[in-house]
Design a protein around this ligand. Sequence first.
Ligand code: V47
Length: 370
Amino acid sequence: MGPVETRLNGCGLEDIARKVEAGERLDFEDGVRLLKSGDLLAVGRLADLVRRRKHGNRVYFILNRHINHTNVCVNQCKFCAFGRDEDAPGAYTLSLDEVEEKALEYRGRGITEIHIVGGLNEKLGLDYYREMLSRVRRALPGVIIQSFTAVEVDYLARRHGLSVKEVLAELKEAGLDSLPGGGAEVFSPRVRELVCPKKISGSRWLEVHEAAHGLGMRTNATILYGHVETPEERIDHLIQLRELQDRTGGFLAFIPLAFHPRNTRMERPGSPGTTGYDDLKMLAVARLMLDNFDHIKAFWIMIGPKIAQVSLSFGVNDLDGTVEEERIVHDAGAETGQRLPREEIVRMIKAAGRIPLERDTLYNVIRVWE
Ligand code: V47
């Protein structure tokens, strides 16, 4: 009996613990049992074992800046409080000068990554995106541009009658380095029909990321959890990501995104969103199922800095990030701040007994905060 297994006696997960200790891949049924288990600490301990093997005492964070250039969106996903019609109150589209100004504000302040995502706005073509990239590149030389979801890339391809590969190649030429993980939601067609019927399918999302990997771009992956999806649909989503990662190795990190219902068409009385248990379980199960992903990242904006810090004992090895300004989840009622200073992230990681590593997008270490 292995050390972890010993401590898991009686939790009903001993056979899974044996697999984890032997470094064996977990299957669909294992994943569903872990998600349904009431023993959060047992699941967390297993995830922590995997995290420790991969990363020891090290926890990554990044100095980054989010920019949401437009909230005008034709998709009207039911879980989204950010997107709106062009003529709706609060609709906005940043001019190229405004995007450049936002980027320039952060010049010389140590930011290494810029994360730009927005809605599907009929007024914005490839020219806007190309010009935005080259202006941001000029404003912040050396900063990695991790921007535009697979959904935006697909939209540009369809609008301009180009292939996804052609659009990605053009954006790359203009300065795009990497794609963030947004827009994945839950791959299940049943769930998409209920919550985002106009959005690209899960298989199209995977196709866009595969094409990006083929062009040498590294990308992230997400799941939007805590709404109508079943445990089985969450695990199926993770397994589809794991299969693509087996083929390309192009994913950097997986980030579970906790659904925030406020101001969305899915807001119901008495449904305030995910609980701390669900957040920690989702992160831990992701760590256990995604054995070929190096990094599991907690987005503190969505789950709060305190749960994000605790998640460092539930499989997480990366805290995203300084952020600076966030609109998507704050429009949906997030009560977290807009930014975390570097000193606060370092303090959180050290208080968890770990070594903070400031990183760039590709996980090159910029500074060790001993
Ligand atoms: O694509 C939309 C999600 C995503 C809500 O790649 C919502 O490093 C919760 O993708 N409640 C955008 N979530 C954010 C995103 C992201 C964030 C941090 C890091 C990275 C990365 C990516 O937010 C959207 C959608 O899946 N979202 N509405 C909502 N009401």
